[in-house]
Design a protein around this ligand. Structure first.
Ligand SMILES: O=C(O)CCC(=O)C(=O)O
Ligand SMILES: [Fe+2]
Length: 465
C-alpha cells in the first residue's frame, strides 16, 4: 500500500471537470477511466488533489484531539440520541458493527482466506464519533434528523470555521471526483454530482482512545468489519495506523495515505447507482504493531493518545431515488437494487446499526409511490409492459396472493403480455420496508408494488420479458 491501489491525480483536471467542457481531453478521459477501474476492481482509490492541504488537516486533527480528550461528562452535552446521533457526538458503545447483525455479511466474511480474515468484534464499536453536516440543507422536512441543526461544543470558538473549512474542502473534492467517475463509467458527467446536491454530507471524525487499557493491545477492534452506507467516503491522513480495507479480490490491506492525498472508498449508495458494478468497500479499524509504535511516540512527545480519523461521508440527497443509473439499470440489477429513496436507505441502514428504532409504516408508504414511478419508467424503457391495477382491492393480510387472472381483471386497458399463472412476489413490506415485489416466474421477471395509503395495496405490476 499504496502499491496495491491506484493513485489518481486530479491536479491537472479540476478546471476541465468543473467547467464541464463538451469534449473532454484524452488525458482527462484516461484519468477518469483509471478512477472508475480502480473503484470497480478494488472498491477504493488514492486521490491527489492540490485543494487538500496538510496544514488544514492538522488544524482539524489538533482540534478534534483536544475535543475527544475532554472528560466524558463534557462530551455528553453534545450527544443527541433523540436525533439518532445524526448530529453531534456519538459515545463509544452505540454503533453495532454490521458483521454482528448481518448473516450474509457473516457468510461472506467466513469465505475470506487465512491472512485476510476480518477481526471479529464481540460487541458494539468502542470508538467515539462526531457528526458535522457540511453544505446547504434542503428545505423539505421529511428526513429531519439527517438534516438537523448542528451541535457546536462549548469552549471551541473556532469549531464552526475549522469544521466547515476542512469538511467543505473534502466535499468539493468528492464532487469533482463524482464527475470524473461518471465520465469514467460512461455516464453523463453530472449524473452522480447532481444527486449529491443538498445531500446530508458529514464530516465524521472517529475518536478512538488508544490510552484506554485495551487501546494498546494488538487485535483490539475500534470499528468492526463494515461498509459505509453513503456514496463516497474520503479519509485524509490519520496520525495513527489501524485502518484496514479489503480489496475486491479479498485481500486485506493496511491503509497509509501519502502526504497531500486522500483514500476514497465506495459506499453502499455508489454500489446502488452502479447496480453492483462497484461494490461498497469493506473495512475495519484494529490496533496493530504500528498503532502501538505510534502510541509510544505520541507518549514520548506528550501528544494526545486519541486516534482521530479525518473522515467525510458524502451522500445522495435524501429525497433523491437510488437506483442503477443508465447502462447499469438492467432487469437483474433492479432486482438487487430496487428504486429506494436515499433517505429511506439511510434510515434502514441506521436501524441495522441500532442507531435508530424501526420506523413506521407511514414512511414506507410515502416511499412506495416514488419507487413505483421509478420502476415503471425502467420497465417501460426496457420494452416491458406495465399494467395498472385500479382499485385493486383491500389491503392484504397475507404477504402475497394476487393471481394474474385477478390482475388482468383489475387491469383497465393495458393487458399483461404473457400469462403468468400466479403472481406471488413476496411483499417485503416489513415494518419499514416498502420494497418492490418481485419474482422470477418461468424466466419472466414480474414486478408489483405495494404503495398508496394502505400497506399491501397492489397498485400496479409489470414485467420485463
Ligand atoms: O476510524 C477510521 O479510520 C475509519 C472509521 C470508519 O470506518 C467509519 O467511520 O466508518
Ligand atoms: Fe467506515
Amino acid at each position: 500500500m499504496p502499491g496495491d491501489l491506484s493513485i489518481v491525480d486530479l491536479s491537472e483536471h479540476i478546471e476541465e471537470l468543473e467547467t464541464g467542457a463538451l469534449m473532454p481531453s484524452t488525458v482527462l478521459i484516461e484519468m477518469c477511466r483509471k478512477l472508475a477501474h480502480s473503484l470497480m476492481e478494488t472498491g477504493c482509490v488514492i486521490v491527489r488533489d492540490p485543494r487538500v492541504e496538510m496544514r488544514d488537516n492538522d488544524i482539524f486533527l489538533n482540534m478534534m484531539e483536544t475535543y475527544f480528550s475532554q472528560p466524558i461528562s463534557s462530551k455528553m452535552q453534545d450527544v443527541r440520541p433523540d436525533l439518532h446521533f445524526q448530529v453531534g457526538a456519538t459515545p463509544g458503545g452505540q454503533e453495532t458493527p454490521k458483521i454482528l447483525v448481518d448473516k450474509l455479511m457473516q457468510q461472506s466474511a467466513a469465505c475470506l482466506k487465512e491472512g485476510n480474515r476480518a477481526t471479529l468484534p464481540t460487541g458494539p464499536d468502542p470508538k467515539w464519533r462526531f457528526f458535522w453536516r457540511i453544505g446547504e440543507r434542503p428545505k423539505d422536512e421529511q428526513f429531519t434528523e439527517l438534516n438537523a441543526e448542528p451541535v457546536i461544543p462549548a469552549g471551541f470558538p473556532e469549531w464552526q470555521q475549522v469544521m466547515d473549512s476542512w469538511g467543505g474542502r473534502l466535499v468539493c473534492v468528492a464532487e469533482t471526483l463524482s464527475k470524473a467517475l461518471a465520465v469514467g463509467l460512461g455516464l453523463q458527467v453530472n449524473s452522480i454530482s447532481n444527486l449529491m446536491q443538498q445531500g446530508p454530507h458529514l464530516l465524521a471524525p472517529t475518536g478512538s482512545d488508544l490510552g484506554c487499557p485495551e487501546g494498546s493491545k494488538p487485535g483490539y477492534v475500534f470499528a468492526g468489519y463494515h461498509y459505509d452506507l453513503n456514496l463516497l467516503t474520503l479519509h485524509g491522513r490519520c496520525r495513527f495506523p489501524g485502518l484496514y480495507v479489503w480489496l475486491r479480490d479479498g485481500r486485506r490491506v493496511a491503509v497509509r495515505v501519502p502526504a497531500g492525498c486522500l483514500i476514497v472508498q465506495a459506499g453502499k449508495q455508489l454500489e446502488w447507482l452502479t447496480g453492483g458494478a462497484i461494490v461498497a468497500g469493506m473495512h475495519e479499524v484494529v490496533v496493530n504493531e504500528d498503532t502501538i509504535k505510534g502510541v509510544l511516540e505520541a507518549k514520548a512527545a506528550g501528544r494526545p493518545l486519541w486516534r482521530v480519523s479525518s473522515t467525510v461521508f458524502t451522500h445522495v440527497a435524501s429525497s433523491k431515488t437510488l437506483m442503477p443509473l443508465d447502462r447499469f439499470a438492467t432487469s437483474s440489477s433492479l432486482l438487487l437494487y430496487p428504486p429506494t429513496l436515499a433517505g429511506v436507505q439511510v434510515q434502514q441502514e441506521l436501524e441495522a446499526l441500532k442507531l435508530k428504532k424501526k420506523s413506521s409504516m407511514t414512511q414506507c408508504c410515502l416511499e412506495g409511490k416514488e419507487q413505483e414511478r421509478a420502476v415503471v419508467q425502467v420497465v417501460q424503457q426496457q420494452g416491458g409492459v406495465v399494467g395498472s391495477c385500479i382499485g385493486a382491492g383491500e389491503p392484504q393480510e397475507t404477504d402475497h396472493c394476487h393471481t394474474t387472472a385477478q390482475l388482468d381483471e383489475l387491469n383497465s386497458g393495458v393487458q399483461i403480455k404473457s400469462r403468468v399463472e400466479e403472481y406471488s412476489g413476496h411483499v417485503e413490506c416489513h415494518e419499514a420496508v416498502c420494497s418492490v415485489r418481485r419474482k422470477v416466474y418461468n424466466g419472466i421477471k414480474t414486478y408489483g408494488f405495494t404503495s398508496g395509503d394502505k400497506p399491501g395495496y397492489v397498485q400496479s405490476c409489470g414485467q420485463v420479458g
